[in-house]
Design a protein around this ligand. Sequence first.
Ligand code: FES
Length: 313
Amino acid sequence: MGLIVTGLRLEAEGVLGIELRDRLCASLPPFEPGAHIDITFPNGLTRQYSIASPASDSTRYWLGVGLAAESRGASRFAHEQLRLGDCLQVGPPRSLFGLDDAAAGHLFVAGGIGITPILSMIRRCIEHGLTWRLLYCVRSRRHATYLEQLAPFPDQIELHADDEQNGRADLERVLRQMPPGWHVYTCGPGAMMDAVCGHANTSGIDRLALHLERFGADNRVNGEADAFQVRLLRHGGRLSVPPNASILEVLEANGVCLPSACREGLCRSCEVPLASGTPDHRDYVLSEEERVANKSILICVSRAKCAELVLDV
Ligand code: FES
């Protein structure tokens, strides 16, 4: 669907707020708090952005777009060229990260722009009288978004600014103190999320009570890489994937163009069936069961733990 940019606001240093509405003010497709949408910019790039607005508001989607330090063009386009009245192609909301009804309470751990999906989840908690707490970690208050919306809830919110508190937040303490029956939801930089996972594990928090939303490539995506081969079962042919290129890029360079969107292992649009071989799954969306089953691979980021992968394409 095409939606119109009806609001642009600098939410914090390096974070652009974008309001999208239907041209005729029709209701937008509903979404669950924590959902994201695919945005295709006029320069052809498609990226996923979490919806920050309350799910109860069907008139608009509010997004927060952080300016990526190594932007390949999407966030830079949004920050520098997007204007009020522009029309953006927007996919339907998708939910991989949401509140678990089974939880007795909800502990949110947000880092930087990772507050975006969590703000919508907090709104749902407020509207439904659910118990919640937030640890919001930022480099400095200049980088903290939505503070005015969070201000009415000082007892439930701990803001940790690295530059004021001389270092990183004590995630271990926060997770150790989480009451029994609560669930923890985290979104932010990869290192922070990995630390949350590690402390949740040592604190004895059930894996099913831990909910993650990755919002961008990190070390896991850019980790060590070896060369390997891919054989294309139906298309035919065998191609070499060097350490500095993805399977997707190698296929495209050889005229095999398959669907893709985020190119960061976040959206599943590049998933292809795997006929044989052992993949090195580097995406953020396959479940543990799917990783073990090795029936498919996300070719924008995942690689091989063997000499050759056979793709059913
Ligand atoms: S293109 Fe999004 S996961 Fe591969």
